[in-house]
Design a protein around this ligand. Structure first.
Ligand code: SAM
Length: 194
């Protein structure tokens, strides 16, 4: 196992998310487990947005290892479900560790996922470094909730995601608030619709 994966897994077992975010935010191999390591202030920001927008849970699409999702729950107390696309990757012996149970789906969304998205009252939909525009539109189409969180690179970061935190969200979504992750040019953008 890669050194960073081992260290993060050990800290996860100790419940020490604060050291994970401090230690690995700028680590060159951080993408092995997570693309963005938010600050403690960022987690507070997410928690405050959840309160202001009357949300009680999060569904995270393309959650990868689920490390971010586990840390959000540790830091804010909100429960999170993580969705990943099914594939040989998650079943092979080189698969990364997972920090929350994954709900697996086909690219064409499984019935259970469509049902979950249709029952998202008081639930926010999260995309972190998601990079599949057509799938993003499909998830959003099926989503019955009113809060959307996008984490990803802003202008000048020279990394591509789809959706980006700003500029890729349909018109009915209104920007509630956003916050940068330190000075990394990664942003957390929180939207709502009426
Ligand atoms: C760049 S990774 C980001 C992973 C994680 N959110 C992070 O920040 O570390 C994008 C993830 O989206 C997943 N993905 C792509 N298409 C998907 C789909 N249709 N449904 C669910 N997940 C999908 C990929 O398998 C991949 O794990």
């Amino acid at each position: 196992m890669e050194e960073i994966v081992e260290e993060v897994t050990e800290l996860y077992k100790q419940g020490d998310w604060k050291t994970i975010v401090k230690k690995f935010r700028t680590h060159p191999n951080r993408n092995k487990v997570l693309w963005v390591f938010p600050t403690e202030e960022n987690f507070k920001f997410i928690g405050n947005c959840m309160v202001k927008l009357h949300c009680e849970a999060i569904v995270s699409v393309g959650c990868g290892s689920g490390l971010l999702e586990w840390m959000i729950t540790e830091a804010t107390g909100y429960p999170i479900s993580g969705i990943e696309v099914d594939g040989a990757w998650w079943h092979c012996k080189y698969a990364p560790p997972t920090f929350i149970p994954l709900l697996l789906t086909n690219q064409k969304l499984d019935k259970e996922i469509v049902t979950l998205l249709g029952n998202c009252h008081r639930t926010a939909l999260l995309f972190c470094y998601f990079n599949n525009g057509p799938a993003f539109k499909e998830y959003l189409d099926k989503f019955s909730g009113n809060v959307l969180i996008i984490i990803g690179p802003g202008d000048g970061k020279s990394v591509h995601t789809d959706p980006r935190p700003f500029g890729d969200v349909p018109d009915q979504w209104i920007l509630h608030e956003s916050q940068e992750v330190e000075s990394t040019k990664d942003y957390i953008a929180v939207y709502y619709r009426k």
